[in-house]
Design a binder for this molecule. Sequence first.
Ligand SMILES: Cc1cc2nc3c(=O)[nH]c(=O)nc-3n(C[C@H](O)[C@H](O)[C@H](O)COP(=O)(O)OP(=O)(O)OC[C@H]3O[C@@H](n4cnc5c(N)ncnc54)[C@H](O)[C@@H]3O)c2cc1C
Length: 337
Amino acid sequence: MKTLVYIDHFKGEVQPASWEALGLGKSLGSVSAIIFGSGIDAIAKSASEYGAAEVLVADDPALTDYRAEPYASTLSALASSQSPDLILFPTTARTRELAAMAAVDLNTGVLTDVTGLEANADAIVAIRPIYEGKLLEKTICSTKPVMVTIRTRAFPKPEADVSKSGTSTKVEVKSDALTTVEGYSASESAVNLGDAGVIVSGGRGVSNNPSLQPPAGMDEKQAELWRAQQGFALVTELASVLGGAVGASRAAVDAGYIPYSHQVGQTGKVVTPDLYIACGISGAIQHLVGMRNAKLVVAINKDSDAPIFKQARYGVVGDLFQIVPALTEAFRKKLGK
Ligand SMILES: Cc1cc2nc3c(=O)[nH]c(=O)nc-3n(C[C@H](O)[C@H](O)[C@H](O)COP(=O)(O)OP(=O)(O)OC[C@H]3O[C@@H](n4cnc5c(N)ncnc54)[C@H](O)[C@@H]3O)c2cc1C
């Protein structure tokens, strides 16, 4: 089986699931990494360290910024010359577009957001969740190359071996582009829940501490938001001690406690951290579909009948305003922070 793995990066910062894709490719046989951009020697070196036998590099000023036309044309030409059985990508906004455009050129199909892959003599079978994760679908693509984007954290990341160096091969660049990138500005609410190994999430319960007295002059809604701020400060502190990210339920987002980019669930992000701590979240099905694939779920809730406890390995029945600071303190001591 010949596999190419597209290493997705933004200004040299590699999307971690690229290495997970490389590890998956390696488990299937011979694997080459594909890297596009300019000044990308360091990424090529990392790709060898993560297990690529060969690194196919398109290093050209025309590829400095991701744009669909030159990237897809370069990828299509490369795939035509290499005739791989499989091309793997991490699932990102860029790769969804890139894989789709290249698949049109190559007259093949793309299987997106894949969480399992089986390769046998007859076919490559991709497994992916459908209907909000209620069913797992097995799909095959009858044309080659099979193009697959994998879900972040669905496959193990290989260990890097810094002593390894692979061969680097230059790739012909197709530089025709209809657009130029003029610049970037950082989004204020950039939250990367997809890559987080630990997520501590807050729900409507984070505003429920009647003993907290808001500053004088606040109306009821302002007081609720002020209390939610205090609650989310505790959630954020725990997340920070654990080196994790902050998530939220939709109720917390809709009430204005925290921006939408933190929302986990059916209409938010689907996450697969190693550890998910739900604070003051009831566990509605629309929230569960976003986090039920977490390896370990811990729930903190006042109500012992809250459905979240059915999903949790460990549950603490109690007031999050007492439990969360106590947990933070305990982890701080344990982790020496
Ligand atoms: C089409 C659709 C899409 C949706 N998409 C999403 C989605 O993507 N994500 C999502 O989360 N929801 C989604 N929802 C909403 C979902 O149905 C729930 O309304 C929402 O998840 C509830 O959020 P919550 O658990 O924070 O709030 P609640 O259900 O109000 O629960 C709050 C919990 O906090 C506990 N609590 C209160 N005070 C404390 C305290 N001091 N200490 C400890 N515990 C306390 C309570 O016991 C309760 O269990 C969607 C709904 C629909 C209809």
